[in-house]
Design a binder for this molecule. Structure first.
Ligand SMILES: Nc1ncnc2c1ncn2[C@@H]1O[C@H](COP(=O)(O)OP(=O)(O)OP(=O)(O)O)[C@@H](O)[C@H]1O
Length: 363
């Protein structure tokens, strides 16, 4: 079992610099939780408080029902993997992986078994007698993870473990981490990353941190399909979700919004009669836009620039209402749309509505 309960946790550095407030989060055994958020939002701080490397200045952290605020890092049953690997350069892979167990005075048989098992899981068997300098970046990161596995921790913490690897190795190591998780269903993992693809593919749930707190917690698809607020809507997904100002003109099981770009868009988000006339922002992801020639469209805009990426083309619109940063993403090559005025529509279930920054879907 490895459950974490974070209740009203806050962090103030040096008594004055407040960086996190009101953090509440329940993490169940076997979850892989990913922390994302803009630079400086406190992802590493929260991870380091869980590890015990940073003092918790408000609230409580429980692991398996025990408050551990004042329990030293080594006794929390937690292992942390850093982006810098932190391997001992003069020790072989085997000695690097054995080190913590030797310190803990484990028998040679126990150490051999634990190292052997970790080496099998991570496919490091043939490298056990090498020094770190004779390994690739990806292999070094595997040794760093191996050093955690041998201690059989309840909780694994990863602080941007792949950020020092090149693109191809990142993908390979990301898949290895996914497989590692599958092979250890009883362990709980918390993972900090800047990489959206890592967050979307690895997480059982993503925690988006912003403005000193949690902006939303949910499965990757919940965040993508039903963001609670404009911040999450624009933080998850690339290019970011378009926000278009408009006014609700029809309410009910579906909602119709008249947009600044001239058209009317239907959303599957229901509204009440009282909402008629409400000024809102409509959210449409670039990839959910459909080109249309019909009368039923969200907006008509001139395509300023096209970027053909191979499998998709990005369309940068000149101006839509007051918004000059609207982007569309169409499958295939559409360089011919440059300079043309096109009508764009979107399916109602793909259209979000926000009022004062909050999604009307959740109220
Ligand atoms: N020792 C410290 N003293 C004072 N402020 C600190 C200290 N460590 C971090 N901070 C501040 O706390 C905030 C959160 O930092 P943290 O490293 O947790 O952010 P992050 O989300 O991990 O950022 P990044 O994505 O850039 O790594 C930042 O504004 C940072 O300047």
């Amino acid at each position: 079992m490895a459950e974490l309960k974070i209740t009203d946790v806050a962090k103030t550095y040096g008594g004055t610099v407040n960086v996190l407030n009101n953090i509440n989060l329940d993490i169940k055994t076997g979850e892989l939780i990913v922390f994302v958020g803009p630079s400086g939002c406190g992802k590493s701080t929260l991870l380091r408080m869980i590890a015990g490397l940073e003092k918790i200045t408000g609230g409580t952290l429980e692991i398996d029902g025990e408050v551990v605020n004042d329990v030293p890092p080594a006794q929390r049953g937690i292992a942390m993997v850093f982006q810098s690997y932190a391997l001992y350069p003069h020790m072989t892979v085997r000695d690097n992986m054995s080190f913590a167990l030797k310190l803990a005075k484990k028998s040679k048989a126990e150490i051999d078994e634990a190292v052997g098992k970790a080496a099998r899981i991570l496919q490091l068997g043939e490298y056990l007698d090498r020094l770190p300098k004779a390994l690739s970046g990806g292999q070094r990161q595997r040794v760093a993870i191996g050093r955690s596995i041998v201690r059989d921790p309840k909780v694994y913490l990863f602080d941007e473990p792949l950020s020092n690897l090149d693109a191809a190795l990142r993908v390979a190591t990301r898949i290895e981490i996914a497989q590692l998780k599958e092979s250890m269903p009883e362990s709980t993992m918390i993972y900090v990353t800047h990489d959206q693809v890592e967050a979307m593919t690895l997480a059982t749930r993503i925690v988006v941190l912003a403005n000193k707190g949690i902006a939303q917690v949910g499965t990757p698809l919940e965040l993508y399909e039903r963001p609670e607020n404009e911040f999450v809507a624009q933080f998850i997904g690339s290019p970011a979700m378009n926000l278009l100002a408009g006014e609700i003109v029809e309410t009910g099981i579906q909602t119709k919004v008249k947009l600044g770009g001239g058209g009317i868009v239907s959303s599957a988000v229901p509204t009440q009669a009282a909402d008629k006339g409400l000024k809102v922002n409509v959210g449409i992801r670039p990839e959910d836009m459909i080109e249309t020639e019909g009368e039923d469209y969200a907006f008509e805009g001139k395509v300023n620039i096209t970027e053909a990426l191979g499998e998709v083309t990005l369309l940068y619109f000149d101006k839509v209402g007051d918004n000059d940063a609207v982007i569309g993403k169409l499958p295939g090559i559409h360089a011919d749309l440059r300079g043309k005025s096109v009508r764009m529509a979107a399916a109602p279930e793909k259209v979000q509505i926000f009022h004062n920054g909050q999604s009307l879907y959740y109220r």
